[in-house]
Design a protein around this ligand. Structure first.
Ligand SMILES: [Zn+2]
Length: 391
């Protein structure tokens, strides 16, 4: 009996450790590290006179100003002017400051100038060509750095998929990274009317080296004339900044405490931009050109509630969603948990870790690129690390 009690206590402590990562290591203030992509001779993308390094800095400075109005927030900038900072140094600035979260701001670009919309990335491996292309473009900065060959020891910026996958320890940050990314994307769609291209995983060097919940926002496509003009405008930037700030305030309130100030966000126009001079039917990405491997549907077995249960988290949202297959790309057996005012939606359930991997493959096949495995014991979420030791 005593042993059981202790075990239960261990689980609760573990679950608490998982949910309080964000609040760990701080001297009372919530530290947000803001990273304006590119700088100096690294212009980033440049289209129609819109320059990525300038737009990212403008948005980040506006975003920082809003966050700084909260005395319980410390803002750390990787750059606050037009300077060049290595990707690894950007991550190290956040690491040295013990930042609670790291937010890297970028603009997307594509040869197809009709492509538009916002997308937020978390660190991870990806098989999606479009995600890998974005990571490759952003990682390419490395070749502009001094001594990059020795500094990144064997890393080839043209093959970002070679980046080592996150360790189990980093998976703890992964969940909150996904939560932050989802909050940002939900906000961009609902509060700002931007096209939501979703949350995805991709191997970004700047995220790889930072050890805290971290995201990289591709705010929009400056290659699209309309979206580029919006991102380049004062109105676009201030509202983009408010929208991201709102997501950060909410993340902080959930995990660290404090209130969420009411920000007056002006919605952008909908329908989202389309170049009216183009007569051919518009074909918008996402490009799903990964070769379809046949996913074997996992066998259904009764789940023993007394043992560790594995599920696949596919989505997080501020609002409840009906567990109908049509709401989840055709997936059934959807369950949800409400964690600190935030809904996590999960697919499948099994006592076997190996089976949960098959569920994960199925979820990814259905388009949930950033899905991941979560574990529960006695209804309490535990870390994967703990689950694998327990089973
Ligand atoms: Zn960029």
């Amino acid at each position: 009996m005593k042993i059981r009690m202790n075990l239960k206590k261990t689980f609760i402590v573990t679950a608490m450790a998982v949910t309080s990562i964000i609040s760990a290591q701080t001297g009372g203030k919530f530290k947000v590290c803001l990273d304006a992509g590119h700088g100096a001779h690294d212009f980033g993308a440049s289209y129609h006179g819109f320059v990525e390094k300038k737009i990212t800095l403008d948005i980040v400075l506006k975003l920082g100003k809003i966050l700084e109005q909260d005395p319980s927030i410390d803002v750390i900038y990787t750059r606050n002017n037009d300077t060049f900072i290595d990707l690894v140094e950007r991550a190290n600035i956040a690491n040295r400051a013990n930042a609670n979260i790291f937010v890297s701001v970028h603009c997307n670009a594509n040869k197809n100038t009709e492509a538009y919309g916002s997308e937020t990335f978390v660190m991870g491996l990806s098989k999606s060509k479009s995600s890998l292309d974005v990571a490759m473009k952003e990682n390419n900065v490395i070749s502009l750095e001094d001594n990059y060959k020795s500094k990144y020891a064997g890393y080839n910026p043209n093959a970002p998929e070679a980046l080592i996958s996150a360790t189990i320890a980093q998976e703890e940050y992964f969940e909150q990274s996904i939560e932050l990314a989802s909050r940002i994307q939900d906000n961009l769609e609902e509060k700002l009317n931007r096209k939501n291209r979703g949350v995805a995983q991709a191997p970004f060097m700047v995220l790889h080296k930072a050890f805290m919940p971290r995201v990289l926002i591709e705010t929009g496509f400056i290659s699209n004339p309309t979206e580029g003009a919006y991102l380049n405008s004062e109105e676009g930037q201030i509202n983009m900044a408010k929208t991201i700030a709102d997501a950060i305030f909410r993340m902080k309130a959930e995990h660290f405490g404090g209130s969420v100030p009411v920000l007056d966000i002006k919605k952008s126009e909908k329908p989202a931009p389309k170049d009216t001079t183009v007569k051919t039917p518009v074909k918008v990405v996402p490009v799903k050109d990964t070769p379809k491997t046949k996913v074997v549907k996992p066998e259904l077995k009764a789940v023993n509630a007394a043992k560790v249960i594995y599920k696949v988290q596919i989505k997080a949202s501020a609002s409840q969603i009906d567990a109908k297959p049509e709401n989840f790309n055709g997936l059934d057996k959807i369950s949800s948990v409400l964690e600190k005012g935030y809904y996590k939606f999960m697919y499948g359930e099994t006592n076997e870790y190996e089976t949960s991997k098959a569920f994960l493959a199925e979820a990814k096949e259905k388009g949930y690129d950033s899905a991941f495995i979560v574990a529960f014991k006695n209804g309490i979420k535990i870390s994967l690390n703990e689950a694998l030791k327990t089973n």
